[in-house]
Design a protein around this ligand. Sequence first.
Ligand SMILES: [Zn+2]
Length: 182
Amino acid sequence: MKAFQNWLLNNNVEKLAAVNHYEVFRFRCAIGIGVIYKDRLGNHSCTGAAVSAAMHFIGQGRSNVRWEGNAPKPRSSKSERKRLALVRTLLERDGDRCFYCGEALPTDDKAKTLEHLLSRGHGGDDNINNLVLTDQPCNSLAANLSIAEKVALRDRLRRRHWALREAPFRFSDLNDDTLYIV
Ligand SMILES: [Zn+2]
């Protein structure tokens, strides 16, 4: 049960105070409130958002589908304006291709994601020199990789990009990349 709670916290839920002593864990997430209960016999049960969370938790490893409760918090309009200004600056600097895979970025600026080369988890900041544009799938792939790992990921995705465009098709390129499907 502790592992499930840690999984929930890693999926950005907000922990709330328990309402009664049968509640082991109460939280708020993108799809509402979820509660884990423990009855007098020690049996656990879930309600609300905790039900779908539990199904994802049990299925993790077999499915790479993101739990719908883990949705990014809506951005305030001020930070979104600042973000869009950065997106446009980076478009001028780097063009409209994903830094990792080289595919064309989505046309809607709102769907382009800012990627920190040195991730915030590794002490990276929001300076323009630390930012590139990516699409959402590559952004998720890169997540908290180190810079060296990101460069290696970029090389592999770019190799596949060109391998798929320039026949002959080589399975060896794909096999290399399957390591990165998470
Ligand atoms: Zn990409």
